[in-house]
Design a protein around this ligand. Structure first.
Ligand SMILES: [Zn+2]
Length: 355
């Protein structure tokens, strides 16, 4: 059976750098832009991203090496199926430095469908990029944002073909170097690479963005045709909206799970209690069982964030911190002294465990 090492065509003892190189090679070979419409290549491209996502993460790699391929796929990735759990483009961009030529539609099905690879022609409008900051509450509920962008649109005057570059938008010049003659291509300076002059005006456009539930840092969506408008052609640029998550004053997010610390006193820890826990959907009652230990996590199922484009929610975890007061009053002190007489536990020593 093919395992992740086979998929990347790399030795089991390969180091991180070798794994990265191997992934680059496979990803380049099977990149959908290079193999348009070829399903088998697309599969291989996704497969390589999956393999790399595991082998490039030391924790995951260790687990994978321990469990073996089949076991890991079943259990190791914690129920996250491949297509749902990782974002192929994110992985690709992490290695190739972003700016990949395909658009992201949130790890869903058809990221490779439909879009022909982009030509860099001067009649096409430019893509614009913006970043939207979202609160955790907005991510939890989904939201609509209206943003203003400045973009180029057609004006009433006619665009005139640039005479310097004859409308190509670029100028070529031959340079002599020690390697011989080198042809240099640069954007035409008199038309800024547009190929024409005039005919355009910068306008402010208001654009409504429906932010889906569960987006995360690094996700982006592409609004087709909402970038700079094409002035002399028909292909408008796209607007690429990046999402950023604002820091929350109370909650920490890890994937779709929410984490929070809860401070309780030692009597409640011993006897158990009921607490009211703040969640993204309001306060929730939770039982703290008797005899709980410091650092123990309690889980509120489905109180996390709904996974993007899926009907599946994360959980909220409450970490228990037992507070030992540095000062107590005399009454408490005498109760505790009485209590000590009734406790039969003795001081013990143990080797420090690193588990
Ligand atoms: Zn020009």
């Amino acid at each position: 059976m093919r395992d992740y090492y086979d998929i990347l065509n790399v030795d089991k003892n390969a180091n991180a750098n070798e794994i990265k190189k191997a992934y680059r090679k496979v990803a380049m070979k099977y990149h959908p832009d290079k193999n348009p419409g070829d399903k088998a290549s697309e599969e291989k491209f996704k497969e390589s991203a999956e393999a790399y996502s595991v082998l490039s993460d030391q924790d995951k790699k260790n687990r994978y090496d321990q469990m073996g391929h089949q076991q890991y796929q079943q259990f190791g990735s914690q129920g996250q199926g491949f297509s749902g759990g990782i974002n192929v483009e994110d992985i690709f961009n992490s290695v190739f430095g972003g700016g990949g030529s395909f658009s992201d539609i949130f790890g869903g099905g058809d990221i490779f469908g439909g879009r022909s690879s982009r030509q860099n022609n001067s009649s096409r409008g430019n893509d614009l990029k913006i970043t939207i900051n979202l609160s955790l509450e907005e991510i939890f509920k989904g939201t609509t944002k209206t943003i203003k962008i400045k973009r180029w649109e057609k004006s009433n005057e006619e665009a005139i073909k640039c005479s310097e570059c004859s409308g190509s938008g670029e100028v070529r010049f031959v340079q002599k170097s020690f390697l011989g003659q080198v042809v240099n291509v640069q954007p035409c300076s008199s038309c800024s690479g547009m190929g024409y002059r005039g005919g355009r005006i910068q306008k402010t456009a208001e654009i409504k963005i429906n932010v889906p539930i569960g987006v995360g840092e690094g996700n982006f969506m592409t609004l087709d045709g909402e970038g700079d408008k094409s002035i002399v052609g028909s292909q408008n640029g796209n607007l690429i909206v990046y999402f950023k998550e604002k820091n929350h004053e109370l909650f920490s997010r890890s994937n779709n799970d929410i984490y929070i610390d809860c401070l309780i006193n030692y009597v409640d820890a011993v006897l158990g209690t009921e607490i009211k826990v703040p969640t993204l959907s309001g306060f929730v009652k939770m039982k703290v069982p008797e005899g709980i230990n410091n650092g123990q996590l309690l889980r509120l199922k489905n109180k996390g964030i709904n996974e993007l484009n899926r009907h599946r929610s994360g959980s909220q975890y409450v970490r228990i911190n037992i507070i030992i007061p540095s000062k107590i009053n005399n009454k408490t002190k005498s109760i505790l002294q009485d209590l000590r007489l009734n406790l039969d536990s003795e001081t013990e020593f143990k080797k420090i465990s690193n588990d």
